[in-house]
Design a binder for this molecule. Structure first.
Ligand code: ACM
Ligand code: ZN
Length: 744
């Protein structure tokens, strides 16, 4: 073996007798064997012996590793080979599977062999193995489970600098991801320089303002916002990623999410004027015109500049969330449908994607599209990214297409990580555990079809990530869990082991000044009924080892939480340990905690805590951001019967619903209250039309007539049914969201 004695690194090790915990390695290796006798090795100056098989890039990575060791472990390196020292020997094996590596740490040396990327991963693993300047004597033989291990970043909704994107790439590399999906264009910004169309960035790269807070917002910043990457910067990012064995897949969105392009070149739309770079979030009706050939000329010219900047075999061309509204009334689009004997606008979308695929294939590349590209017929060579759940992925694999799994649940990292989340997120809940337990291969596929699942990816949409620290907060530690889903074979996955290594992982993130969420250790409160329906039980849980202390109202005595706390009256409860606190308001009325029956079942998607949700004493303050505090009904009415336990006097009623038409949620149209003392014959006593317009809608029903003492109360709460004209989602089933019902 021809050996180069590098003047660089050197590490030597000496036996150490103290027993130590096995260091954290994430993602966990597939084969780890401790070398018996348990020598932990102290790192001292060593010889670095680099085989001639190591290429220029890997040499650079080894140099960076050396720098890391010097800076973090204060290692000294032998300038010339010292026979008395021990050695770190590094070699690539041309025949090794991509990502494969083997590390052997023995008495006399550390040896690393592997594929190029494998050697790189081995160096990352050594960084993780190091503990108190020692390495455990062991053998690790490892290779990834999935070939596609992806993280996505949306730089359109919010823009991140080249330095921040590189830092993002560092994170991917540290956890052995190998694909960076770079979402470069959307309604709110076009972020890549195209020399033939300079307005794409001079106009499309900037918006006049941004909504404030959660959609639909509480105002607008009215501040110009934007930015873009020059082609040279893109090349710099791609080269940086590739040096860390990460492939960059650009996404140029079409035919929808195109407002920034349309604002720059209005002829690209069905409507030829009146477009703007969007300042709010969501889906917009104006999209690329599919009938006008100049749209295709434009997109082909754009791709002709984009493709050479990336070495990726794949280009992502979007295809998601493209409303057909503008195509339906556009003469050019309708002519295209007729001329090509297309059935409808879905087939027109399919025509669009297939035409672009032909162009991309001619350039020697392949397309990826979101799962909507299945509608109207899949382009022959397309890879499908399944995001609306997993059914698109299953369907595509059954049609013999390659698939990348990115289901919203649990792989959208823009969702909250804890039900206690108090920063603005898009909503939904994807916990660390949800991510860890995600299995990319659907049970529905046979073993041949399963091979078409190339891997999975988390998506990071940045509507509510206005700065890079927030991006870090949203991805950590969830991307660490995902790294194990993608790398570690199923039989070697173990949440208990992963969980026990979490504090160590977080500590390492802290030392490198990375922001992360501690949601996993949050105090989580739930409210449960009591067996005899007097009051409600407040139950607290936490993964933190610290005891929980609670108190009622601010100045009352403090006590240690032992068991679910019985709450019997309107109160403000506080729970805390050293790291966090939780506050919960309870609002009591005569229905709170009583036996309640939902005559009509809520949608499974918004099933809350069953019918009890509407009498649990918790009145939602956050609306849809805390959807679990509601029962959701899709197009149907809600009917509840409350059993007060005995006949009671009452003076009125309240119903709390949500009114958020932008999210297809409409307040109740009217409410009727019925009373009964035998739960059989019900008599209507009060009815009211509601007040629409408040986002948290409260309907008050009062009467000056005396209501007879009653045991059973029936609340009939009517859904608007189909969404009326003038609102988003016209003609679709409206959602009715019930928070709480009250007997006064
Ligand atoms: C997507 O989330 N619209 C792919
Ligand atoms: Zn058109």
């Amino acid at each position: 073996m021809y050996k180069i004695a590098l003047t660089l690194i050197t590490i030597v090790f000496c036996l150490c007798t103290t027993a130590q915990q096995l260091p954290t390695i994430v993602p966990y290796p597939n084969q780890y064997t401790a070398n018996k006798g348990l020598p932990f090795k102290t790192i001292l100056p060593v010889n670095l012996i680099i085989d001639s098989s190591i290429d220029k890039n890997l040499l650079l990575q080894i140099k960076l590793f050396e720098k890391y060791c010097t800076e973090n472990w204060q290692m000294q390196f032998n300038k010339i080979i010292n026979r008395a020292s021990q050695s770190l020997i590094i070699k690539t094996l041309p025949s090794a599977k991509v990502g494969y590596y083997k590390i052997n740490i023995s008495q006399n040396e550390i040896s690393i062999i592997g594929s190029k990327s494998g050697v790189f991963y081995a160096l990352e693993t050594l960084k993780q193995l190091q503990q108190n300047k020692q390495l455990p004597a062991c053998t690790i033989e490892d290779a990834p489970r999935f070939a596609y291990r992806g993280m996505h970043l949306d730089v359109a909704r919010h823009f991140f600098s080249v330095a921040e994107v590189k830092r993002y790439i560092d994170y991917l590399a540290a956890f052995r991801f190998n694909t960076f999906h770079f979402h470069l264009t959307d309604d709110q910004g076009w972020r890549i320089e195209i020399k033939k169309y300079p307005k794409l960035t001079s106009v499309g790269g900037f918006r006049a303002g941004t909504i404030i807070g959660r959609y639909p917002g509480v105002g607008n910043t009215n501040k110009r916002y934007g930015g873009f990457y020059t082609q040279n910067q893109i090349k710099e990012i791609v080269q940086y990623a590739e040096s860390k064995y990460i492939n960059v897949i650009p996404e140029i969105e079409m035919p929808g999410h195109a407002m920034a392009a349309l604002a720059s070149y209005p002829y690209l739309g069905c409507k030829k004027e009146g477009h703007q770079v969007q300042q709010t979030w969501g889906v917009f009706d104006d999209v690329f015109c599919a009938g006008n050939d100049s749209t295709f000329v434009f997109l082909e010219n754009v791709l002709s500049e984009v493709l050479p900047l990336f070495n990726s075999k794949y280009i992502h061309i979007g295809g998601d969330e493209c409303p057909k509204t503008s195509w339906k009334t556009c003469t050019d689009c309708q002519n295209r449908i007729k001329k090509n004997q297309l059935k409808d606008e879905h087939e027109l979308q399919s025509y669009f994607i297939q035409r672009m695929e032909k162009f991309v294939n001619k350039k020697g590349k392949q397309i990826i599209g979101w799962d909507e590209i299945l509608e109207g017929g899949l382009a022959p060579n397309a890879t499908v990214m399944s995001w609306r759940g997993i059914s698109g992925g299953i369907e595509a694999a059954k049609q013999n297409h390659n698939v990348i799994m990115t289901p919203g649940k649990p792989l959208y990292f823009d969702h909250s990580q804890s039900q206690n989340e108090d920063s603005v997120t898009i909503g939904g809940l994807n916990t660390l555990e949800d991510v860890y337990n995600y299995e990319p291969i659907p049970k529905e596929l046979n073993s041949q079809q399963a091979k078409l699942i190339l891997g999975a990816q988390a998506n990071v949409w940045t509507e509510y990530m206005t700065n890079f620290k927030k991006v870090e907060y949203q991805i950590f530690p969830r991307m660490v869990a995902l790294s194990e889903v993608l790398w570690t074979n199923q039989k070697n996955k173990d949440f208990t082991r992963f969980e026990s290594s979490l504090p160590n992982t977080l500590e390492k993130l802290k030392t490198q000044h990375t922001n992360y969420s501690t949601a996993y250790f949050d105090i989580i409160g739930t409210v449960q009924p009591t067996p005899n329906h007097t009051g409600v039980l407040w139950q607290l849980q936490t993964k933190s080892k610290e005891p929980i202390t609670i108190n009622k109202n601010m100045w009352d005595t403090i006590w240690r939480y032992q068991k679910p706390e019985l709450i019997k009256e309107t109160s403000m409860m506080y729970a805390y340990n050293n790291k966090q606190h939780l506050q919960q308001a309870f609002a009591f009325n005569k229905a709170t905690g009583k036996l309640v029956k939902a005559v009509e079942p809520a949608s499974k998607r918004y099933a809350g805590n069953g019918a009890f949700t509407v009498v649990d004493g918790v009145q939602s303050l956050k609306g849809f951001a805390k959807a679990a505090e509601y029962l959701g009904y899709e197009g149907t009415n809600a009917v509840f019967i409350v059993d007060a336990g005995n006949e009671i006097e009452t003076v009125g009623f309240k119903v709390h619903t949500l009114h958020q038409p932008n999210n297809w949620i409409h307040g109740a149209t009217n409410v009727t209250i019925y009373i009964s003392n035998d739960d059989m014959r019900y008599e209507p006593i009060l009815t009211t039309a509601t007040r629409l317009g408040n986002s948290l809608q409260t309907i008050l029903l009062e009467t000056t007539n005396k209501i007879p003492a009653t045991r059973y109360f029936k609340f009939e709460i009517n859904n608007i049914g189909l969404i009326p004209a003038g609102y988003p989602g016209t003609g679709k089933k409206a959602w009715l969201f019930i928070d709480e019902i009250e007997i006064l």
